[in-house]
Design a protein around this ligand. Structure first.
Ligand SMILES: NC(=O)c1ccc[n+]([C@@H]2O[C@H](COP(=O)([O-])OP(=O)(O)OC[C@H]3O[C@@H](n4cnc5c(N)ncnc54)[C@H](OP(=O)(O)O)[C@@H]3O)[C@@H](O)[C@H]2O)c1
Length: 243
């Protein structure tokens, strides 16, 4: 099974990440199911193994550089490369009762630590292993809530949805995606930003409209794009979103 692709999904013990792991493994890919909590990761991976899928838990807390390094060392030792990195882990910590100007700096910092700096740290640590792949793919989970264009367009579907620390963290994910895509433009690696849809998960909350299996589709699509696929794009189910 030397030719099986190897994928790592961060924050995959539940929600969209868990379903992304399931869908990638169902396509014959070996999936490393990332979780910051060992017990949750093991429980999630064994649920998928019970479906006869090749899913292995791996501890990775994107806020802990040592845990990212340990995970990369294990992937290097076991597989010598990584083909797909799905930067899925994220938090939404804004206080819904507070205005944009009132969110605490603590909330801004904690949000950026996970959603932006954690994503960058994970990407930097795994990039040498992705460079060893014939066709590396990085999928950064963004959100339509990261669209500055839509946030500044009265009447857009998200105009009134101001959870600022989360929203701005996803704008930063988009911006980082464009910067990294530039560096990787002549390499075998493609990096794109995904909006999964408004999905019924703990983070999506009440009112979300999409079922989780559909919410994983954009991540899976972008993980599998071919050589002619996009690099540095911001997409939802194949459609480009305004930055
Ligand atoms: N749901 C939506 O409607 C929606 C819309 C747009 C974008 N997104 C994006 O889609 C992605 C997945 O969201 P979701 O709805 O599936 O959220 P979720 O159900 O809340 O799952 C988030 C996952 O991230 C993990 N995580 C949080 N902090 C972490 C850290 N420091 N290190 C490692 N893992 C960490 C969580 O682990 P624990 O269980 O340990 O907390 C959990 O596994 C996120 O990037 C989110 O921003 C979601």
């Amino acid at each position: 099974m030397k030719d099986k692709k190897i994928a790592l999904v961060t924050g995959a013990n539940k929600g969209i990440g868990f379903e992304t792991a399931r869908q990638l493994a169902a396509l014959g890919i070996t999936v490393l199911l990332g979780a910051r909590d060992a017990a949750k990761g093991e429980a999630a991976a064994s649920r998928l193994r019970a479906e006869n899928l090749d899913v292995r838990p791996i501890i990775i807390d994107v806020n802990d550089p040592e845990s990212i390094k340990r995970a990369a060392a294990r992937v290097e030792k076991e597989f010598g490369r990584l083909d797909i990195l799905i930067n899925n882990a994220a938090v939404m910590l804004d206080d819904g009762k507070k205005k944009v100007s009132e969110q605490s700096l603590e909330t801004w910092r904690r949000t950026f630590d996970t959603n932006v700096f954690g994503l960058i740290a994970t990407t930097q640590t795994f990039l040498p292993l992705l460079r060893k792949s014939e066709s590396g793919r990085i999928v950064n989970l963004s959100s339509i809530l990261g669209s500055i264009t839509l946030h500044s367009t009265p009447g857009s579907p998200i105009y009134d949805f101001k959870v600022p620390a989360y929203n701005v963290s996803k704008s930063a994910v988009n911006a980082y995606t464009a910067q990294l895509a530039y560096e990787l433009r002549d390499s075998n690696i493609k990096v794109n930003a995904a909006h999964p849809g408004w999905v019924k998960t703990d983070l999506g909350g009440e009112g979300a409209v999409m079922e989780i299996p559909d919410g994983a589709k954009t991540s899976v699509e972008l993980a599998l794009i071919g050589e002619d696929g996009p690099n540095g794009a911001y997409l939802h189910l194949g459609e480009r979103l305004p930055w």
